[in-house]
Design a protein around this ligand. Sequence first.
Ligand code: IPE
Ligand code: IPE
Ligand code: MG
Length: 255
Amino acid sequence: MSFISSTQAIPEARTVPQHVAIIMDGNGRWATKRLLPRTAGHAKGVQSVRKVVQAAAKHGVKYLTLFAFSSENWRRPQEEVSLLMRLFMQALDREVAQLKNQGVRLRVIGDRSQFDVKLQNMMSKAEAATEANEAFHLTIAANYGGRWDILNATRRMLAQNPQLCHQPDQINEQEFAQYLSMAWAPEPDLFIRTGGEQRISNFLIWQLTYTELFFTEQYWPDFGEAALLDAFAWYRGRERRFGRTSAQVKIKTTV
Ligand code: IPE
Ligand code: IPE
Ligand code: MG
């Protein structure tokens, strides 16, 4: 099933965001503040992932997309990158069976070709094991970059439709968006970034066009159900206009 883009149609208003996308930031600073190595923050961050997945499902979210490793995170010290890969494997190893039983469909988006083959296989196995689930869609963005996604989509679209090279006018948003790595999901309603920075850091740049952006100072290891509910409360207070005027939105919601 494909979803209509926020620039083409107006999504239905909901009190709970259907799709939440999170930049899980601040692990390193959480640890440094406690005089611990940065890696301890990443280990603690995995616990927040578990808590937030459960809380999001419990409160009616259908799609949760978590930024775990950006295409620029390879620039970090080698030991930190290796630890992150180990944590990734450990989490897949430990959590997949339970996710499967809970009706969670797990997917990984990003360029996997640069990961260790063992990790690539674990990702594919985890996806296959949960592919029949539809209650909740958990997506992990790993070696993901929004620019990569757009370039990759462009390459795939042209490879599959070489005639478009001579008919560029035939390319429209709907056509193009089918080739993005999250074509199967609605665009995020709510974006959350923990850790205090107010930037997108090459996350879902195409899909965040009309997403409500929530930034919190809390570090990711401190983020849990209560913090998620605070973000939902903030979200409910937003007026999503999608280009219309406030008066138009009010008429629409009171009819
Ligand atoms: C987010 O926390 C985790 C990853 C990027 C993998 P950080 O490691 O970026 O934590 P800070 O921003 O340095 O505190
Ligand atoms: C963004 O966090 C990526 C992830 C959380 C995986 P970063 O900590 O890498 O972002 P910048 O470098 O501060 O923008
Ligand atoms: Mg960071």
